[in-house]
Design a protein around this ligand. Structure first.
Ligand code: SF4
Ligand code: SF4
Length: 92
């Protein structure tokens, strides 16, 4: 049986990136965070910790909502992309 890696599965998706950012973080709140749960739950590695600071890029978002559930500090302003934008699964 062939096994397909997560990277290969993600590679068959395509994105129509919305220029309107659909997820924003409040970096001032993130500076007070001691667990950075968003980094660990995001399957697309949209959140990164660099020099003690959280950075976020929305372009690769898989729209799963995990970060919004995991953040207990209200730092994430989360919506879906506009209709017609965002990820298209299995269209690659
Ligand atoms: S879990 Fe929330 S507050 Fe903590 S770093 Fe992530 S987005 Fe910021
Ligand atoms: S919705 Fe999912 S894929 Fe998108 S940034 Fe949050 S955890 Fe990552």
């Amino acid at each position: 049986m062939n096994t397909i890696s997560i990277e290969d599965k993600l590679a068959v998706n395509k994105f129509d990136i919305d220029k309107d950012v659909h997820i924003r973080i409040d970096e001032d709140i993130c500076q007070t965070c001691n667990h950075h749960a968003c980094i660990y739950v995001c399957p697309a590695n949209c959140y990164k910790l660099s020099d003690g600071r959280i950075t976020f890029s929305y372009e690769g978002c898989l729209e799963c909502g995990s970060c919004n559930v995991a953040c207990d500090k209200g730092a994430i302003d989360w919506t879906l992309p506009r209709p017609g934008f965002g990820i298209c699964y299995q269209y690659g």
